[in-house]
Each structure stands twice: as C-alpha cells, then as structure tokens.
Ligand binder design. Sequence first.
Ligand code: N7H
Length: 449
Amino acid sequence: GLNLTNIQGDILIGMKKNKELFFFFTIVNPTLFRSQLGSGILPLITPTSQLLAVDTQPTTAVNIAFSQRGLNALGITDDLGDTAFTNGQIDNVATILGDETSNWEPAFAGTGIHGVFLLASDTIDNVNATLSQVQNILNGSITEAYSLQGQARPGDEQGHEHFGFMDGISNPAVTGFSTPLPGQQVLDPGLFLLGESGDLVSRPSWAKDGSFLAFRQLQQRVPEFNAFLVDNALSNPNLTADQNAELLGARMMGRWKSGAPVDLAPTVDDPVLAADPQQNNNFNYTHPGFDEATDQTHCPFSAHVRKTNPRSDLNPEDTANHIIRAGIPYGPEVTDAENASNVSSTDPSLERGLAFVAYQSDINNGFAFLQQNWANNANFIFGKATPPGIDPIIGTGGLGQADVPRTPSGLDPSDPTRIITINQDFVVSRGGEYFFSPSLSAIQNTLSL
Ligand code: N7H
C-alpha cells in the first residue's frame, strides 16, 4: 500500500472543507524559511492518513506546494522531470492552454509566486487563525504574493459550482488506496504520485510520493451562461421552456445540475440516481444495440465530462491522461442586479468562479493534455460521424484565441448535426501556476535545513 502518513492530504482525497484559502507566497529569506519549515511548519502539514477519519481531522488542514521558482529560491537544483513544471504555467499560456494573457491576474504573470499554502477549515476565522500561526512561525521569511479565498456555495448549493452543477463526483480510483465504486476507473498510483508504480520518468529519490498541482483561477460568467441557456433552449415538446433550457445545460456538461449523468438520464433529470454513489458514475457511453460513433441520443460527444474523460470512446480505455480534481468555488453568489441584466458585474469583489486544482505526476499528460488535446481540439473525440467541436464549457481556440466561437455539435438530440454556436466565453482563465506538492519526508529532509 501507499505511505499515507507521508503523502500530503489534498492529493488523493481532497481536504473537503467548506472554506479553503490559497495563499501564494514569495520566499524573501531562504535560510530562515528552510529552518522554520522543518521545525515549525512540518508539524502543521496534514497527511492523507489524518483526513481518512473524522476524529483525526485537524480543525484546519494545511498543505504546501512549491513552484520551480520557489525550488530555485531554496537552492534546490534537482530536475523533477516535468518540463511544464520547470517552465511554469505562463510558458503554456497561449499555445497549450489558449488563454489570453491580458486576462491573467498580474501575480500569476509575474515572477513572485514561489509557493502556495492550502488552508482548509469550516470557517474563515479558523483559516485566518492558522494563516497567522504560519506567518508567525515563518517570521518574515515569506511575503504574500496573492491569495484567493475559496468557499463552498451556501445552503442547497453546497457542493455545486457556480453554474449550479454538482461537482466532485467523478475522480479516478487509485490502486492500493481506494475501493472503486461502480464505473470508476482504477489507475496506477504513479499517474498521480511521483516514483510510484506507473510513473515511468526518472526522478530524484526525494521527489517520491509528491505530486504536481496544476492551479487555475477560472472565472465563471454565470448570468451570461444562464441567459445563453434560455436563449438557446432546446425544443422537446414534452418539456417546459425552463426544462428545455436546463436540458441544453445538462447536454453541454454531460450531467444534470443534480449530478445525474446524461448518459443514463438523457431527457429528464433523475435526482435519486444523482445521489447514489453506486450508480452516479456507472456509465461509459455504450448501450445495447447502440452505435457509439453516430448515436448522440444519450450524451453528446462534445459534453464537458465526455471531452475530458472519454471512457469507452477510447478503446482500450485511456490509462495515461487522468487527473485528480480537488478544486473549490470562489467568490460570492450572483447578485439580483447581475441576474436582472444578464451580465456579470465588473466589480472585482463580485468575481466568481472555480479555484481549480488538478493533481498528476506528469502535467503534459494530465491537466495540460486534457485542456489542449481534448477540450481545445474540435476533432476530439476522434472517429465520430460528426466532429464534436471544442468543449462548450472550457474549450478555447488555442494559440491565444480564447474568444473564438465554440461550435459544438450533438447538443440538440433532435438534430445531432445541428451546431449551436457559442460566441462568448462562460469560463475565463485568470491564470495560475504549476506547483510540486512534496511528501512530508521531502519537506523534512530536503526542503528544510
Ligand atoms: Fe470540469 N462544471 O461545473 O461546469 N467538471 N469543470 N474541468 N471536469 C466536471 O463528474 C467545470 C475543468 C474535468 O470523469 C463536472 O465530478 C467547471 C478543467 C474532468 O466523467 C462538472 C470548470 C478540466 C471531469 C465540471 C471546469 C476539467 C470534470 C461533473 C471551470 C481539465 C470528470 C462533476 C470553471 C482540463 C469527468 C463530476 C469524468 C467534471 C465543471 C474545468 C476536467 C460539473 C465549471 C479546466 C476530468
């Protein structure tokens, strides 16, 4: 089995708290930082083992990860064997990710982000108390470069992201760690943890049981998304106008807002199915007597969950391009004024979206691959009778053309060749960075003095 006391807790299981602060820092005094890291910070770091049972969970869970610039600042010269990490996310901005740099938060476009603390708890007061404790321990050896406060949405929307869809349902199971639920793919631990079985790259020995964390601040333009669904509602005669708008959203996502997969619930939502972990991931886009190359009566080829995890569309099923997602929403609820105008406020304090976190042992096979080769590639999923188009939620034109129209097919079940043109971005990348989340022993023996 895996050494769960050595692997940081967010990687395999997620910190799963309602508040999570991403505190990005610059190391200004490397010698002091290294001595305080081992003596003071290490005891606060939450390993996987502590998150497994409620009675061992700390009030505030703490994880830490470093950018390549941060490792450089500490004088760590070993090559971790991941070019995307080494070059930093800004290097991927246009060609790989299709972002517009002008939309990037200046901190992510700059050179000051050396690392990030992930602080998760039930209340913001707890998070802030732990941040003060961390800053006291580090005693001026870091400064704040940027921070983003993540928070679960209120009331019934808890667990749902800002467009209203239940998130965090589908993550891969990991051999030697999780018992798979029906439909859950079981993958080698080396896809997510360096130096474990299935990681084929040569790494420095201290990097074992660490993972690369791809962080993205993804703004969501919720009023615009809602208005788009209403304006382009489908025309199923058995449904009301509202239901036809919901149906379009569900087909763009591949799941209903409840979480029920469209592949199993193609025309009406099924909240009972959505809530049942034995069923809500138990689909692979095949059906008896069904031609998977032509038939979009269940899930469209272009649906976000299908573009980013094609399941049986790839034969044999893909075992190289997977991520473990551990993000959380940020920002406030949509205001009445935004709802009335169908336009997102330009007030920065009203920005909302997803603090996206993806773990993998190889960024070019993980997050960057999914974004570039699948979501942003209009011809993927290959071999279909109708080209799917780019991902209607997160797809971009590539090469910095973030605002080229998305032209997914298959969204209208009554005419799968019909293209519903999407002339605006509902998700806008505000940038991010690639980090390495080291094992606790690496923090103790290699990153500290
Ligand atoms: Fe996506 N959403 O709420 O709209 N995503 N995602 N994602 N996503 C998923 O199955 C969303 C983004 C994946 O295994 C669900 O747990 C939003 C990026 C993958 O079947 C929902 C944003 C990338 C899966 C969303 C966003 C991915 C997945 C269904 C940006 C990678 C699992 C819930 C703001 C490049 C697919 C679930 C599977 C599921 C949403 C971004 C990847 C609702 C809002 C950037 C692999």
